[in-house]
Unconditional design. Structure first.
Length: 79
């Protein structure tokens, strides 16, 4: 029983030491995969959205854009 209690305490300590603090500041920028985010949300890596992405204003592609599947645009295009 003493060995089980000791093992439990060691496991709890290791879990606490390795726990990650994921706090989101109320002001400033938030980064995923970056230590110095340059935008309100700055993601360095691939993003997967499994449902729907709603953009209320503008989408800017700074490099190549690749779209797979159906693409439907309902708006005025300014070229």
């Amino acid at each position: 029983m003493k060995k089980i209690a000791t093992l439990f305490l060691i496991s709890a300590f290791v879990f606490t030491v390795n726990a990650q603090d994921n706090t989101i500041p109320t002001a400033g920028n938030v980064g995923i995969g970056t230590l110095n985010p340059s935008s309100r949300l700055d993601v360095n890596g691939t993003v997967k959205i499994d449902s729907c992405l709603i953009v209320m204003d503008t989408v800017i592609f700074e490099k190549k854009a690749r779209m797979e599947g159906d693409v439907r645009i309902e708006a005025n295009l300014y070229l």
